[in-house]
Design a protein around this ligand. Sequence first.
Ligand code: HEC
Ligand code: HEC
Length: 332
Amino acid sequence: MKRIAFVLVLALLAVISLRAQQPAAAPTFPGQAFQPGPREWAFPVITGGLPPEQGDQKVPGSIKTYTPQQIDDLVNPPDWFPESHPPAPALVSKGRGGALACGSCHLFNGSGHPESADLGGYMADYFVQQMQDFRSGARKDAARMNGIAKDLSDQEIRELAEYFAQMKPTRTTIVKEVSMAPKTFVGGGRMRFLDPKAAGQTEPIGLRILEVPEDVERVRHRDPNANVFIAYAPQGSVAKGKAFVESGGGGKSVACATCHGDNLMGLGNVPRLAGVHPAYLGRQLFLFKDGTRNGIDAQLMKKAVAQMTDQDVLNISAYLASLDPTKTTATK
Ligand code: HEC
Ligand code: HEC
């Protein structure tokens, strides 16, 4: 009897861990036709690559020059405008061991890319809690943030949190509702691009939000002054998302501003949602739902997401991303 119970528990654990791994374990098919799954828009998987750039690169307004290898160096990323941000803790610009430099994936102003995260303007305490959750594994991002957080001291985390907390949120997303979207693929760094081999061709948007750089070259160069993405979203998604967010899904959830503050600009340690990359937002809602994001404060999100459908997640993400975070301020 004991044996059977033990086997059952093991089987259950296996099922649970399989489920927990699902998003991260999505397969890569380099060079093959790729059939996106229903949540692939929020969990990008590399399916191709853009031709590598050659020679020295520049961005408008900066006197600096970097090679493509330097631009993509995750321990020593380009700082195009050192005078435009306060002095940064060493780890923003120089990585060490498993602690890759924050400035590479999140940029020096924290505005981030759709596949990473916007770090601009959060309360330092929220930031510190997330780093502790990554470190303990209560929040999972195995390929990146778990290893990074493990290699940082408490003191370093606090300094990084204070640095990014000073940043003003920027507008990174322009949502365009469409029924047919341009053909795209996910390239290096898990960033989505228009497919140059299918220029002018379209396909049904389906249940997806597809974010591509407004200016490919400048985004590839990690230029913080052009970190803008066009997010193609299904027709009607923004209005449906707005209705859900404001009413709490008509009883399915809770009105988001109750905790996330006026204009969804954040309230104390509860983070800003307005103007955040939609792929990031969608990913977090899925991760809260399946328990992959399970830190101490994530418990407060459990009820809010419990009854959300995949379509609700998409609509909410499209609406929140469409808000301009430079137009309003947070309630402190
Ligand atoms: C190789 C890319 C990469 C580097 C380098 C990187 N990050 Fe991240 N970071 C990510 C990704 C991807 C996520 C989103 C994880 C998820 O979807 O849950 C993230 C998320 C975060 C979050 C959560 C934001 C939120 O709104 O909850 C924080 C905080 C963070 N990173 C801090 C840092 C700090 C500090 C550094 C430098 C020491 C750093 N990151 C370096 C890729 C990176
Ligand atoms: C009871 C309070 C509460 C309500 C209501 C609530 N949230 Fe949250 N939310 C939180 C807290 C607290 C966190 C931080 C969780 C953590 O630390 O892991 C959070 C985090 C999030 C995040 C992750 C942000 C990031 O930067 O990583 C998203 C997305 C989110 N909430 C969306 C929503 C939406 C959409 C609604 C409304 C349908 C909502 N929340 C309603 C308390 C709430």
